[in-house]
Design a protein around this ligand. Structure first.
Ligand code: FRU
Length: 501
């Protein structure tokens, strides 16, 4: 049965979302029908389609009592809107349906698992927020919350686990058993990832703690995911309160991949390597699914909690997802590239080979636009690093621009949105190390109206960034500082029919 609260959210989105023109949204990145979104939730296959839910507050562009919004797709690029899926409307989740996941059950139902939140005022007047895990079952549109919710609460945690920070269950089914990982604050104030198992999805038991921050990589670990990839096991977490470590981890909200091995019998995860997942300004709370053809696809909230106050005045939607990305492991590192389905939306191809760049900015005929997929390979002239820096200027119009810069001497890439429409004193620049092969660096840029995603050297590093540059800023140019370089450019415009969101 649809509760009043859910019905109210559904009516609100139906009534008002139509007032937001398509041209004022990203062309192929998911946004909410209206209002605020954060984390991706329930990213999963169901009956041959890919479903994505998300943290959703339709009534304003601020975070508020959390609902789950809902879209689905067949190709990760064109998304169909579905009505809001769940609302905070039961005792177990009366103050919010926080992040969680979904799975297709053998009996054909879709199961959602999420964090139910309720607040209680303490005798000293402060509010305390309790977090517990709940489930709901449905048909891909409508969901019935389980009457026995919560299915997991503080009593299920091992000693020292906080009942106030216990959230974001990521669910999967394996050989008839349900497994789930969730984030939990530990006694030292930092975070751990707990693994639970269940025979039926409603009766759960704590199995093991897979790994813990021990105050090394941030504090509380949110939104975990845990999956095998190319012979390794990946534990992905979103730590709060990171302190910066070199150019690998920036301060604040980060996303960390722990690569290792997993022994299922004793539930032991052995961490072997740690790396950042995205080196840009806007990337958090990623979630993955496995496609029927065996690909591991990741999507994330393309936003940073630290800058959620920085949005265009009067905007009707806020928060967008990244482009879904295919994950793999190469040379012991997590590699990510845009889903291959993006190529189905390639329009006109423009390509240049071996263009010699000397002092000053160069434009190339046919290379411009705000919805594009472009790869630029930069090589030194005669095999020597005969330049100080290479700069790619995007979304430019004389006043505005977004810049990607590569410096061969330090082997670093910088993304810079200082002039990309943000009138705020926020982080606009990030630098990160790359590994050029034979002196050449390959920069693949996917631009949508309000974002840039960069993939360096076939996905070895990714960097995501939101921008609010006016749409009329379409120019692209290439520049070499002090010296000369040669570039190859392959650029596709991205083209969508009008009914794409
Ligand atoms: C991460 C997060 C989750 C939580 C949700 C609430 O961005 O804080 O841990 O479930 O957002 O909206």
């Amino acid at each position: 049965m649809t509760s009043d609260k859910l019905q109210q959210a559904r009516s609100f989105e139906t009534q008002y979302a139509a007032f937001i023109p398509d041209a004022e949204r990203p062309a192929f990145h998911v946004t909410g029908a209206i209002g605020w979104i954060n984390d991706p939730n329930g990213f999963s296959c169901y009956k041959g389609e890919y479903h994505l839910f998300f943290q959703y507050h339709p009534y304003s562009t601020e975070w508020g009592p959390m609902h789950w919004g809902h879209v689905k797709t067949r190709d990760f690029i064109r998304w169909e809107r579905l009505p809001a899926a769940i609302a905070p409307d039961t005792d177990a989740d009366r103050d919010g349906c926080f992040s969680g996941s979904a799975a297709e059950l053998p009996d054909g139902r879709q199961m959602l698992m999420y964090t139910g939140v309720y607040r209680v005022r303490r005798p000293d007047g402060r509010m305390e927020e309790f977090q517990q895990q709940c489930v709901a079952f449905g048909d891909g549109v409508d969901y019935e919350k389980y009457a026995g919710n919560p299915v997991l609460d503080g009593a299920d945690l091992p000693a020292g686990g906080s009942v106030l920070d216990f959230r974001d269950p990521k669910l999967w089914l394996e050989e008839g058993t349900f497994y789930m990982v969730a984030g939990n604050r530990t006694e030292d104030g930092s975070g751990a990832i707990r693994l639970f198992e269940s025979a039926d999805g409603t009766h759960w038991r704590y199995a093991a703690t897979l790994d813990a921050s021990c105050n090394e990589y941030g504090r509380m670990w949110e939104c975990p995911d845990f999956f095998p990839l190319d012979g390794k096991q990946v534990l992905m977490v979103s730590p709060q309160e990171m302190t910066a470590i070199g150019l690998e981890f920036h301060a604040g909200y980060g996303v960390v991949a722990l690569l290792g091995s997993y022994d299922k019998a004793p539930y032991r995860f052995e961490r072997e390597a740690v790396q950042a997942v995205d080196y840009g300004t806007d990337f958090y709370a990623p979630q993955t699914l496995e496609t029927p053809d065996g690909r591991r696809i990741m999507i994330a909230w393309m936003q940073n909690w630290a800058t959620t106050g920085c949005k265009p005045q009067g905007c009707r939607w806020f928060g967008q997802m990244t482009l879904p990305r295919e994950l793999s492991i190469r040379d012991g590192r997590l590699v990510q590239n845009p889903v291959r389905e993006l190529a189905q939306y390639h329009g006109r191809r423009v390509s240049y080979k071996d263009v010699l760049l000397t002092a000053g900015a160069t434009s190339l005929h046919g290379v411009e636009g705000r919805m594009l997929d472009m790869t630029v390979t930069v090589r030194p002239v005669d095999g020597r690093e005969s330049y100080q820096a290479f700069k790619l200027h995007l979304a430019a119009d004389g006043n505005c621009e977004t810049v990607i810069r590569y410096k061969p001497a330090s082997s670093t890439v910088r993304i810079d949105r200082t002039h990309s429409g943000f009138p705020y004193d926020i982080v606009n620049v990030r630098d990160f190390p790359v590994r050029p092969a034979g002196g050449a660096v390959k920069l693949r840029v996917v631009l949508d109206r309000y974002s840039l995603e960069l993939f360096v050297n076939d996905g070895e590093q990714a960097a995501s960034m939101t921008l609010y540059t006016p749409q009329s800023a379409q120019a692209v140019s290439f520049e070499v500082i002090e010296g000369a370089a040669r570039i190859d450019v392959e650029k596709y415009s991205l083209e969508f029919e009008e009914d794409a969101q």
